[in-house]
Design a binder for this molecule. Structure first.
Ligand code: IFM
Length: 491
């Protein structure tokens, strides 16, 4: 159910918005589509347009986190174990041998973290609910103390005038469900829907927006195909099956939401990576088409068009696993109308004629991330052009600290440049008619970055992992100014 009236329409008028927009250098830049050569991108240090860019009135300026990455307190108040507790216990899985056991201790410090958000004038907070806190065995018995934590959190947000955006699943599957086959088991879609229903009944009266599953692609690729994340499998066929079950779980949760008395809106959370050819060869163009399936359309198409893309060119085992999982009627469930599409954007995917990834743009400390703001513009405008213009919420976008930045951990000018360039791309997409209602920086706090442990710092706010003290970085103050003024300041 794509909303008939976009929030943009009754805020800044289109004329006002476009007037604010015409000053930008990027207005006439052509979108780069799959198969085109990537256009040169400004490097993070390069000056951008220098113009002041106003955003539509009511635009949601937010920050994002997830439960396992910040909460810590993994045994508090009856929480059950998750697959990430198990994965971190395995030697060699996490770069620094750490885990989310303490993380940012947000479970105990949530009130001051919310106060900090308020000080920063953040309008929307994306957090995730830890399934094993609420259902320690994954299904059945509800752990009231775990649920109470999210109850307090939502009330605390509302009391501070911050809009709650809750993710139902951000990778912390209860271990008890993994022991029953996890996402490879078709029952997982129903387990997830049952869990979602518990959450909707508890919080549905107060949460403004919901996300179903964070980055199904990353779960399938990193958790099942390449083994870098929990549950650490290297089985392409299983990854294909898991893709379908995650899509099905999303669809079933949507239908439980519609049947509930919840008052908010709901959508998926997809990590999109626009794909580009590294050279002009026909081989590279073909590789782009294949990469686009595994990076994007395996998720966009079933959810927004009720069909899978052509699977004949992708990894055969992956395709076989997916095809064997599909049952009659599934795509109707999966394609249930959503209220908006959550988009996480970090990096493009550039491939050569052999289908190998190529690094064409500045690479961040994450290793896998190339800085290419035009990719965000391309992903957003593609959704408008090819998927019937649903409302989009940018649910994640960010970068780890740049080790070559000043040496002062809170003087993160590279992050400010990154945010500015990506927000310019968002502004341009809005000016051209894409319905984008919010942006969430990843992340509020430095936190547990999965297989990288604490070795990468993605926060606007620095966390000292010895003392757990929080110190806003320069980017936090810059972003706060943007949120307050609803515009990108000129440099
Ligand atoms: O930290 C992650 C997050 O959990 C999911 N999206 C990408 C982020 C940066 O890697």
């Amino acid at each position: 159910m794509v909303k008939a009236t976009s929030p943009m329409e009754h805020r800044l008028s289109r004329r006002q918005f476009c007037l604010a927009m015409v000053t930008t250098a990027g207005l006439s830049a052509a979108a780069c589509r799959a198969g085109d050569n990537p256009a040169p991108s400004p490097s993070p240090g390069e000056a951008s347009s220098g113009a002041t860019l106003a955003f539509p009135e009511g635009f949601h300026w937010g920050v994002a986190t997830s439960a396992y990455q910040i909460e810590g307190a993994v045994t508090a108040d009856g929480r059950g174990r998750s697959i990430w507790d198990t994965f971190c216990d395995r030697v060699g899985t996490i770069a620094d041998g750490s885990s989310g056991e303490v993380a940012c201790d947000h479970y105990n410090r949530w009130e001051s973290d919310l106060d900090l958000m308020r000080t920063l004038e953040i309008g929307s907070y994306r957090f995730s609910i830890g399934w094993p806190r609420v259902l320690p065995e994954g299904l059945g018995r509800v752990n009231r103390r775990g649920l109470d934590f999210y109850d307090r959190l939502v009330d605390g947000l509302l009391a501070r005038g911050i809009s709650p955006l809750a993710t139902l699943y951000h990778w912390d599957l209860p271990q008890a469900l993994q022991d029953r086959g996890g996402w490879e088991n078709r029952d997982s879609a129903e387990w997830f829907a049952d869990y979602a229903e518990v959450i909707f009944s508890a919080l549905g009266d107060r949460v403004d927006r919901w996300l179903t599953i964070n980055e199904a692609k990353v779960i399938a690729q990193q958790g099942y195909q390449y083994g870098r994340m929990a549950p650490g499998m290297t089985d392409a066929k299983a990854a294909g099956t898991v893709i379908h079950h995650l899509n099905l779980a999303h669809g079933r949760a949507i239908s439980r939401f519609r049947a509930s008395a919840s008052r908010g809106q709901i959508g998926p959370c997809l990590q999109l990576a626009p794909c580009y050819a590294a050279d002009q060869s026909e081989g590279a163009a073909a590789a782009v088409r294949t990469a686009d399936i595994t990076e994007n359309t395996l998720y966009l198409d079933p959810l927004l068009r009720r069909r899978y893309p052509d699977l004949s060119k992708i990894d055969r085992a992956l395709a076989a696993g997916l095809e064997s999982a599909v049952q009659e009627g599934d795509l109707t469930v999966i394609g249930a109308p959503v209220d908006f599409v959550g988009v996480n954007y970090y990096s493009p995917m550039v491939v050569d004629g052999q289908g190998q990834p190529v690094q064409s743009y500045p690479v961040t400390a994450a290793g896998w991330q190339q800085i290419y703001p035009q990719g965000l513009y391309d992903a957003l405008t593609r959704i408008r052009r090819e998927y019937n213009s649903p409302e989009v919420v940018i649910t994640e976008n960010g970068v780890p600290d740049d080790p070559t930045d000043s040496g002062q951990p809170t003087a993160d000018s590279a992050r400010v440049n990154f945010l500015r360039q990506h927000l310019e791309a968002v502004h341009r997409a809005i000016a051209e008619g894409t319905a984008i209602s919010g942006y969430h920086a990843w992340s509020l706090l430095d936190n547990f970055e999965w297989f990288a442990g604490y070795s990468q710092r993605w926060g606007l706010v620095q966390v000292d992992f010895e003392t757990l003290q929080r110190t806003p970085k320069a980017s936090a103050s810059w972003y706060s100014t943007v949120a307050r003024s609803n515009k990108l300041p000129s440099e």
